[in-house]
Design a protein around this ligand. Structure first.
Ligand SMILES: C[S@@+](CC[C@H](N)C(=O)[O-])C[C@H]1O[C@@H](n2cnc3c(N)ncnc32)[C@H](O)[C@@H]1O
Length: 362
């Protein structure tokens, strides 16, 4: 008998595409909307093959993603529902699509990296986003994946950031605006600028229009390697620094320090490794996909703090948060008396909380 952890790891190659297929064929939304049903009921309603569907449902049952009664009725456990129900803001379908398509298609590269090293395979000047944004469909899929990863945790992160005294958020690489939207909801007097590559603009404009944000949310097109950042008293980096090696992070954080008004703050929002690097699992998994899709890696809170301090930020703190996306704050101030003690999160915790409105791209 295989140890169950080894068994689950071995069959992961089957689990991810089945989760994605079940999502794409509306199996989860059917269970969420109609409650328990047999494979025959569900297959009839969704117009799919009953035998194939039943095998998928049996697999998802074995993975404890859904439940099955002895009479053959399938249902969604309550703790699973928010993440697989497209009507919930914690829905991870867009991210599943990214994993099942983009990440899976790149997995064979690891063999080449092992043999020759990433640099030798990718060349001296890889452009990760040229590939992720190769056409409209790929761009939309990527931005939806980012929305799914970022929007739900952003309410807590915006609250932890303490936005009351802030006036202008500059979200560097802010994509279609998941954090900017949460921040604007949290602070009625704040305005936000998303600074991102020009081709992201239409997707940010969709968010602006959907949420009727008017001139509180603007887009500044630019390349964060070559263009100056807009000035603000809050400079945010959500899932940006994990895309890049330390020397590039330092370059970006120094530019942020320049763009940050005195007494302003930088907000780094990213996954964290435990100090021991034994987990969490999602950080370890995404650290490997960073190797496939970007030039970056995941870090501990201490590593981010060291980068922030090296770039000139002081009084760095990591207020405890509950989702996979954590917040590290650095202050721009010359006044040492404002220094606050550094706190550390438990990077293993994972209890995302809901937001009042949802805004994935269609
Ligand atoms: C991993 S996504 C993070 C999106 C968002 N901040 C979040 O937390 O979900 C990286 C973002 O960086 C942007 N980006 C990548 N290269 C860039 C560059 N050279 N200049 C400006 N933005 C860039 C991408 O367009 C994308 O929106």
């Amino acid at each position: 008998m295989l140890p169950s952890n080894l068994e689950k790891a071995m069959f992961g190659v089957i689990a991810t595409p089945i989760l994605h297929l079940a999502d794409r064929h509306h199996v989860f939304s059917h269970l969420a909307a109609h409650g328990p049903g047999t494979a025959k009921d569900i297959a009839t309603d969704l117009n799919v093959d009953e035998d194939t569907l039943d095998r998928m449902l049996l697999l998802l049952t074995a993975f404890d993603v859904i439940q099955r009664t002895p009479a053959g009725q399938y249902s969604l456990p309550g703790n699973m529902r928010p993440y697989v129900d497209p009507d919930d803001e914690r829905y991870v379908g867009g991210f599943l699509t990214h994993l099942a398509q983009e990440t899976a298609s790149r997995m064979p590269l690891l063999d080449s990296y092992l043999r020759h090293g990433k640099r030798a395979v990718d060349g001296p000047n890889p452009q990760p986003f040229a590939s992720l944004y190769r056409d409209d469909q790929a761009t939309r899929t990527f931005l939806n994946a980012m929305w799914d990863l970022s929007f739900a945790p952003s309410k807590e992160l915006a609250a932890l950031a303490g936005l009351d005294d802030a006036t202008h958020l500059v979200d560097v690489g802010g994509a279609s605006g998941p954090f900017a939207l949460a921040a604007l909801h949290a602070s009625p007097t704040l305005r936000a600028t998303v600074f991102d590559l020009p081709l992201v603009q239409p997707y940010l404009e969709e968010t602006r229009a959907t949420h009727d944000l008017g001139d509180r949310l603007t887009f500044a097109p630019g390349d964060f390697f070559t263009d100056d950042f807009p000035e603000g008293d809050l400079i945010a980096f959500g899932y940006i620094l994990s895309d890049w090696p330390d020397h590039i992070c330092l370059h970006l954080l120094r530019k942020a320090h320049q763009a940050c008004q005195d007494h302003g703050r930088v907000l780094v929002m990213d996954r964290l490794f435990d100090d021991s690097r034994q987990g969490p699992l999602a950080t370890s998994a995404m650290n490997l996909t960073m190797q496939l899709e970007t030039q970056g890696r995941h870090r501990t809170a201490d590593e981010y703090t060291a980068l922030l301090e090296n770039a000139g930020f002081t009084s760095c703190e990591t207020p405890p948060s509950h989702s996979d996306k954590h917040l590290i704050i650095g202050h721009k101030t010359t006044d040492r008396s404002l220094a606050r003690p550094q706190t550390r999160p438990s990077a293993r915790s994972s209890h995302p909380r809901p937001l009042a409105s949802k805004g994935r791209l269609a």
